[in-house]
Design a protein around this ligand. Sequence first.
Ligand code: 5AD
Ligand code: SF4
Length: 456
Amino acid sequence: MEKRVFIKTFGCQMNVYDSTKMLSLLRPLGYTETETAADADLMLLNTCHIREKAAEKVYSDLGRLRDLRLKREKIGKATLIGVTGCVAQAEQDEVTRRAPYVDVVLGPQSYHRLPELVAAAEEKHTGKRPNLIAADFTPESKFDQLPMAGSKQGSSAFLTIQEGCDKFCTFCVVPYTRGAEYSRTAAAVLEEARILIAEGAVEITLLGQNVNAYHGLAADGTSWGLAQLLHAVAALPGLQRLRYTTSHPRDVDTALIEAHRDILILQPLLHLPVQSGADKILSAMNRKHTAAEYLDTIAALRRARPDIAFSSDFIVGYPGETDADFEATLELVRLVEFVGAYSFKYSPRPGTPAAELAATSVPEAIKDARLAALQELLQKQQYSFNQRALGTEQEVLFSDTERSDGMLFGKTAYLQSVIVEAPARLRGRIERVHIEHAGTNSLKGRLIINEEPLAA
Ligand code: 5AD
Ligand code: SF4
């Protein structure tokens, strides 16, 4: 029987990748994807636990899904609801307590068990609904059992090479939700990359919570670092753009810096979260580097690849952060000139060491003011970077999404969004574009027409 699954994905790119894997896993059970929750026989929330806001959103969404299910059940349509991802891992008891009607609760390390749990829940449809939970930490068996083919990612694909984290930044839930650091073998990564390219990918982004801590077993029995893996993936025929995210400043080694010099398809944009520019706060966060060391790493990368640009993550209002500490963050931002950034107010997370520091917490109003000041500066930097693109020629990877207005949406090497009038047949291709307009969040451009006729 044809059945429909709806997945709403929260949080990071790894969750986006995981959602594509879950869809592949559910296909043999007869499920195809729907974008409309009301049409779904199976409704999944793939959740994020990184900040309180993201986690709380899950419970309000679950209430809405329950209402939809009641409506569907009135017309005789059975419906299952599942919670996957990091909230499922971290709050399995709370999920079953606050939303006892949920059928499946599944942590990120157990996705290979999704078909089994969904099949069991389908059986129990008519009776009581015992929650079926799987939340064990077994990355080895997970990756062995997830399908590599058929993830339908299109021209720009994600590929998880590393998962989990051993760094234990004091604010962060990742070591508790995604578990200890684990690297896939080089052979598995290369095989999946080949499949993604055969399925249409021209751009691959290698993913990991701490991607540059990668240390995967290679065919020759040695352990490869990220730089070696990047060289091998870049050599695969057909691939035109390569990226990786997210890196920790501590794990940027010489080989990785040289990879940015030597690998032409490695895109000149690096997301390198710094969180704070104050050494006192960096140390309290257990980041294991100073502001000066971060700036040295940035300088070394710029020497290796002069056109490289940087984006980053920031946390304002970490416990004990003073005005002077915050000023140090602004100063670091002025020195680096980021081209994009995510910035957040510190949010205490249960189970993390920083959650114990309530006595030195920063008042909400001060956090708000600092966040506004930081975001204003970062946006100015992003705007002036975009302005510098005016009048230049940029390579743009057009997205696969169809539009009705004769325009295509694409991304530059620096992940700037560009809107261009272009025929639909250029979807999923990289073309040269002359940039004619630049705002804070997007560019507009004109297709540079080469020898090929443009008729669709
Ligand atoms: N509060 C606020 N921001 C956080 N991040 C991680 N944990 C927290 C927290 N407890 C931010 C960091 C990280 C990004 C993914 O989310 O900046 O780099
Ligand atoms: Fe969290 Fe990143 Fe630190 Fe890991 S390295 S604990 S993911 S902030």
